[in-house]
Design a protein around this ligand. Structure first.
Ligand SMILES: C[S@@+](CC[C@H](N)C(=O)[O-])C[C@H]1O[C@@H](n2cnc3c(N)ncnc32)[C@H](O)[C@@H]1O
Length: 280
């Protein structure tokens, strides 16, 4: 338990350090972009919003539905979900800085009535059983030390029949030496827990009472993200280095380029339903 708490603290410091830098260079959708094909010249803002749109269509909440946003960042995906579907979103993150920023963004957007943001760890959710109609985890589960426990907690707070949508970077075996080296560097530098595989996700979801599991590998649609993100950070290197120092900025640029070039690292979008016949 002590190890987990310290891991979560490290992730929070990451989002309060380099994460803030990325917000400036990349934008407030702190997730990958979706480009249809090589001819698609959408901006980062449009491409990241398109990924959120895909997740909204998979979650498909009714107006007024209660949705848990696991790892909400600074609240941009939550606000897009509220604008599209008038859902009531509760966002959680383990960073107090992000809670404050998300709460402020929601107030500025006039959406405080439909959003709440608070500090909580997905491995130990402070909510009653069956509290939510839906949940999503957008690029947050990669950081979680015990993904099985996170999915057990998510199942517990979802009502039977509730939808879960996950977007995550994953490993795609077989891995060559370069892919292993990049994954190791992510683990040590960015507090990423071991990257999951598609099979591991299917197993964990099944073990935690999810059914109708739909796993899509959309790596080819999002692969441009790494290079563009590295370019965006590099273009503002000196300014960003003043916030968190030059070393993490340079290391990040190099690692994102290597990750983008490695077929061993992919991206999944997953939809599943908490078994309608289950009881908490
Ligand atoms: C890559 S960011 C994604 C943010 C947001 N979902 C988005 O798409 O803009 C990962 C988020 O997961 C959160 N996170 C990491 N570990 C967590 C945990 N154990 N419980 C809850 N949130 C966590 C981080 O604080 C951060 O907000």
């Amino acid at each position: 338990m002590a190890a987990e708490i310290s891991d979560v603290g490290n992730v929070a410091s990451f989002y309060e350090g380099l994460g803030q830098v990325l917000n400036i260079a990349w934008g407030e959708n702190l997730h990958y972009g979706y480009w249809e094909d090589d001819a698609d010249d959408s901006t980062v803002e449009a491409a990241t919003a398109r990924l959120t749109d895909l997740l909204i269509s998979l979650l498909d909440p009714a107006p007024g539905a209660g949705v848990l946003d696991i790892g909400c960042g600074v609240g941009k995906p939550a606000l897009q979900l509220v604008a599209a579907r008038k859902a009531r979103v509760t966002g959680i993150t383990i960073s107090d800085v992000e809670v404050k920023q998300a709460t402020q963004r929601a107030a500025e957007a006039g959406r405080s009535d439909l959003t709440t943001f608070r500090n909580a760890d997905v491995q130990d959710l402070p909510f009653d059983d069956d509290s939510f109609d839906g949940a999503w985890a957008v690029e947050s589960l990669l950081h979680v030390p015990d993904r099985g426990r996170a999915l057990a907690e998510t199942a517990r707070v979802l009502r039977p029949g509730g939808r879960l949508v996950i977007a995550d970077t994953v490993q795609r075996p077989p891995l060559d030496a370069e892919a292993r080296a990049v994954l190791d560097a992510f683990r040590t530098s960015y507090h990423v827990s071991a990257y999951a595989t598609a099979d591991e996700y299917r197993g964990l979801l099944t073990a935690n009472g999810f059914v109708d599991i739909d796993i899509r590998d959309i790596s080819d649609k999002v692969v441009r993200t790494g290079m563009i993100m590295a370019d965006a950070v590099e273009a503002r290197r000196d300014e960003l280095a003043r916030i968190d120092g030059p070393e993490p900025v340079d290391q990040y640029i190099g690692l994102m380029r290597r990750a983008a070039a490695s077929p061993g690292i992919g991206y999944l979008v997953i939809a599943a339903t908490r078994d309608p016949a289950s009881t908490s």
